[in-house]
Design a protein around this ligand. Structure first.
Ligand code: F6R
Length: 591
């Protein structure tokens, strides 16, 4: 996580350019932010705690600047720990995305040599290490080789941008964490992703691992460890700068929830070829594994049920961070389906990289064009959910589920049926989003805002939806929610049920209905307060949220109800910015 940005060019408002770039990268972390600009032969630094959203900068005019928006890993959220970090002389400034795994060893070494550390971060060692390599003579020529030598000593995955006061160049280098360079005549940009650059230029260079770029009057690309010059291959990105607006909605989260019917309809109508290709890949593969983290992992879990029941196909699933330990059985005949909104989640990117080395086929379901996973994959499906600004996944999750549902039905040669279900689900969601329905949801949210914990249960496909419901509740409203497969409760969890304990029951009218109702009865018998979400009312429900019965696509309106419950619970608890929940970031690029 963390967003990094650099500018060098002929304009004199580098600080402003960096600030605007960082605002577009804020979703990568919003604990603190900072910018450094070159002023003569000095660097001037400004740092702040908190979000950059409305920030202004007082920095002087300059044509060279670097900046950072932080998601804290090492060291608390303080001004001192905010980036850029400086060396002892204050002439070297570093912004960093990633983790220096060997920072303690390096710090001991540098402290022993007399370096004076100010922060509790791992990043600061990079500034001092570069200083150490530059040496006392402080030659300008030594800047690039010192960054190279310092970076070669770092363990872990990192992307850095470095400014050196006497120099008119900035240097960027990466392994693991993403970096994109934007190229204009007499201006060069570097950022954690292209969204922060695309309003300036569409000509970009995606840095590969262990590549270092020197940006000044010209651009030089070098390959590490030795620093050999290589020829850059530029890409033109054909995307427009989309400055997402909230429109009439109070938060992006609510706006994105409202966009979901369109996302589903678009998939139902336009994803025939993509899902046919994906279903062929699965049919031809000898073993298919879906990977994702957080909400994407629940989409993948739902996928396993769909492929099994509808397509009669065993498709495995693993959360991204665990797949590293399961990869031994991959072969060139295996297919890996990476599912990710950002396309940058390191816990998915890294296993995909390893699988590629084994010759396995890679398909990616991603929302961000040009992202690392998009570029890694042999077969790419863009989710088409549009820019998702709220940190919490809503429309991208809905898109993942819709694509997987369409693919499973395509494999079973029942594509038309799935298209119809998706269209009906979209219509049903439109009804759910109306004020009269939302009023009902707000009543529950008020109750949940006074509750310490909530349980959510479901079986089969609805087990995945139960897990997604709890994640929405936890991250949006900070309510402790636990999701379980309905049958699991009696194996221990039921001990937690007391009088009034809220339990949400995901109860579509499918093969799970009777049994999940029995589970609800078991909870009710112990005093639980039962909230049903589904298409068939039952006496066991104390409160009922009705959806249409749209077959397997019923999970889509069910998820939307869960999203709304979470959103309004957050508001009822007085959470002022549900778009940016505490401690989170939209793009998780550290392990
Ligand atoms: C949940 C959420 C996270 C992400 C997870 C994966 O609302 O936003 O759990 O789903 O971090 O992110 P992507 O999909 O970008 O790989």
């Amino acid at each position: 996580m963390c967003g990094i940005f650099g500018y060098v060019g002929f304009k004199s408002n580098a600080a402003q350019i960096a600030l605007e770039g960082l605002k577009l990268l804020e979703y990568r972390g919003y604990d603190s932010w900072g910018v450094a600009v070159k002023l003569g032969k000095k660097l001037v630094v400004e740092k702040h705690i908190g979000k950059i959203t409305l920030a202004k900068t007082e920095l002087p005019k300059s044509s060279l600047g670097i900046g950072h928006t932080r998601w804290a890993t090492h060291g608390g959220v303080t001004i001192t720990n905010a980036h850029p970090h400086l060396d002892c002389s204050g002439e070297i400034a570093v912004v960093h995305n990633g983790i220096v795994e060997n920072f303690e060893d390096l710090k001991h070494e540098l402290v022993a040599k007399g370096h004076d550390f100010k922060s509790g971060t791992d990043t600061e060692v990079i500034a001092h290490l570069i200083e150490d390599y530059i040496g006392k003579e402080r030659s300008l020529q030594g800047f690039a080789s010192s960054v190279r030598d310092a970076f070669n000593r770092l363990k872990g995955l990192s992307a850095i941008v470095v400014a050196y006061a006497p120099s008119s160049e900035i240097i960027a280098v990466k392994t693991g964490s993403p970096l994109v360079v934007g190229v204009l005549k007499n201006e060069l940009f570097v950022a954690s992703d292209a969204s922060a650059i695309v309003q300036h230029t569409k000509k970009v260079l995606f840095l590969e691992d262990r590549q270092m770029v020197i940006l000044g009057k010209k651009l030089q690309l070098l390959r590490l460890p030795e620093g050999k010059q290589i020829i850059p291959i530029f890409h033109t990105i054909n995307w427009e700068f989309a400055k997402a607006q909230k429109g009439k909605h109070k938060h992006f989260l609510l706006k994105e929830i409202h966009e979901q019917p369109k996302v589903i309809e678009n998939i139902a109508l336009h994803y025939i070829e993509e899902t046919q290709q994906l279903s062929k890949l699965i049919t031809d593969a000898f073993g298919t594994f879906m990977l994702g983290c957080g909400s994407a992992s629940y989409a993948a879990l739902a996928g396993t049920y769909l492929f099994s029941r509808i397509a009669k196909k065993h498709v495995n699933f693993s959360i991204g961070s665990e797949f590293t330990y399961l990869e031994d059985y991959l072969t060139p005949e295996s297919l890996l389906i990476a599912i990710s909104q950002s396309g940058e989640t390191i816990d998915v990117v890294e296993p995909v990289e390893k699988a590629k080395k084994k010759g396995s086929q890679i398909a990616a379901l991603v929302n961000v064009l040009g992202s690392t996973l998009y570029r890694q994959a042999n077969h790419k499906i863009l989710l088409g959910a549009g820019v998702e600004k709220a940190v919490i996944s809503t429309k991208s999750f809905i898109a993942m589920i819709s694509v997987l549902l369409l693919t499973a039905y395509t494999m079973a040669k029942r594509q038309n049926e799935a298209q119809e279900m998706l269209r009906l689900a979209a219509n049903n969601i439109r009804l759910i989003l109306q004020d009269s329905y939302v009023k009902h949801i707000k009543t529950l949210s008020k109750k949940l805002s006074r509750t310490q914990y909530v349980f959510v249960i479901g079986r089969g496909l609805s087990y995945a939806i139960a897990l997604e419901t709890t994640l929405k509740l936890k991250e949006t409203s900070y309510t402790h929610a636990e999701g379980f497969a309905g049958g699991e409760l009696k194996h221990g969890v039921i001990a937690l049920i007391e009088k009034g304990t809220p339990c949400i029951v995901i109860a579509p009218q499918d093969e799970t209905y009777n049994e999940i109702i029995s589970n609800a009865q078991q909870i009710k018998a112990r005093g639980g307060y039962i909230v049903g979400i589904g298409s068939r009312k039952n006496d066991v429900f104390d409160l009922f949220f009705e959806t249409a019965d749209v077959g397997d696509a019923t999970m889509l309106p069910q998820v939307v109800i869960a999203q709304l419950i979470a959103y309004y619970t957050a508001l009822a608890k007085g959470i002022s910015d549900p778009d940016k929940p505490r401690n989170l970031a939209k793009s998780v690029t550290v392990k």
